[in-house]
Design a protein around this ligand. Structure first.
Ligand code: NAD
Ligand code: ZN
Length: 350
């Protein structure tokens, strides 16, 4: 099989051939038709996350081993199954749930493998889908597409799923106004999902007018370009000078986090999702005085992914796929994402 692999951080991905694995037991071999290019692949390529103050969290300290094949938004056709597989057959078109856990820890036991203490996620801790074949450890991580477009379905495994988890958390205080920060792959899904499952007015923030126009087309009621020094005041005035009930930050870097706190109203709910990173200083006393809730959201569980597939099948959500690359163009795909050239999601069709 042919794979585009990260050999070491910040080095170009190398396309190489290796023996196509033969599935054993519960394993399934999927012929990859489409794999989403996520900003998290960029963090993996860069070797980790910015902690602020010149500090860096290396992914190798979190258990990543290079070389690794990235790609966690995998869609394909079942090519071969192990002898312990049931419910899935050769030829089925499937979306892969990549957030695989140990199966033993408290999170895994209640079905939240995405929050496992010792994650084994595909495309991060084990080889993923920047490849013409992907070996999936168990058929229980597959969901049949049943009519959903292959390229569109990729984003339901991460960008859609993460946005779904985050918007559900943002909806806990029945918001009148939700602010969505970042109109990238995740944020645009966030806008659509917020439109579908909340009754809030949606305010979308980004640095790029083209992305904001797309967000408007997806259902954002208001958009604000945060290059504008009056961004916070503009949002406050949209929210009747009280502030936003919920803010979902799909960037989560110092400038956006500072904005989040500036626009959050009393009893407000802040959901941090992005991994751009860095650090900020917090005025501690405002958190109890305003009774603010701050929570993180990390990907989502298998059940939510299946629910999302259903929303996509009904046409309630329509993932934006704006660019397609071959496996040989994997480096260009990542460079284009880094240069903010992608609207919504790009996919690789191996
Ligand atoms: P993306 O590159 O598609 O989109 C990022 C968007 O943020 C772009 O539209 C960009 O213009 C905008 N942006 C960047 N800096 C900004 C700023 N200062 N102010 C306003 N807008 C700004 O990325 P993505 O794939 O949507 O991922 C977003 C982040 O979420 C990444 O850090 C990614 O690793 C992370 N992520 C988190 C999870 C999770 O489970 N928590 C899952 C997947 C991805
Ligand atoms: Zn992702």
């Amino acid at each position: 099989m042919k794979s585009a692999r990260i050999l070491a951080p910040n080095e170009p991905l190398a396309v190489s051939e290796s023996e196509t694995p033969k599935p054993q037991g519960t394993q399934v071999l999927v012929k990859v038709s489409s794999v989403g290019v996520c900003h998290s692949d960029l963090h993996l390529w860069e070797g980790g996350y910015d902690l602020g103050d010149g500090q860096f969290m290396k992914v190798t300290d979190r258990g990543v081993k290079y070389p690794v094949t990235p790609g966690h938004e995998i869609v394909g056709t079942v090519e071969e199954i192990g002898d312990g597989v049931s419910g899935i057959a050769k030829g089925d078109q499937v979306l892969v749930f990549p957030w695989i856990g140990c199966g033993e820890c408290p999170a895994c036991k209640v079905g939240n493998e995405n929050l496992c203490d010792t994650p084994k996620s595909l495309g991060v801790f084990q080889d993923g889908g920047y490849s013409d074949y992907a070996l999936i450890p168990d058929s229980k991580y597959l969901a049949k597409l049943d009519g959903v477009d292959k390229d569109a379905a990729t984003s339901l495994a991460c960008s859609g799923l993460t946005a779904y988890t985050a918007i559900k958390k943002a909806n806990q205080n029945s918001p009148e106004f939700i602010v969505i920060v970042g109109a990238g792959g995740l944020g645009l899904m966030g806008v659509q999902i917020a439109k579908a499952i909340t009754s809030a007015k949606i305010i979308c923030v980004d640095l790029d007018d083209k992305k904001l126009d797309t967000a408007k087309g997806m259902g954002a009621d208001f958009t604000v370009n945060s290059k504008d020094p009056e961004t916070a005041q503009k949002i406050m005035s949209i929210c009747n000078d009280k502030g936003a009930d919920s803010v979902v930050d799909f960037v989560n870097a110092p400038p956006t986090a500072k904005l989040d706190f500036a626009i959050l109203r009393k009893r407000g709910n802040l959901v941090l999702v992005g991994l751009f990173g860095g650090s900020i200083e917090l005025s501690l006393v405002t958190i109890p005085l305003k009774s603010i809730t701050i929570q993180g959201a990390y990907t989502g569980n298998y059940t939510d992914m299946v629910e999302l597939l259903d929303l996509a099948r009904k046409g309630t959500i329509n993932p934006v796929i704006s660019k397609r690359y071959s496996l040989d163009e994997a480096n260009t795909a990542l460079e284009d994402l880094k240069a903010r050239k992608i609207i919504g999601r790009a996919v690789i069709n191996p």
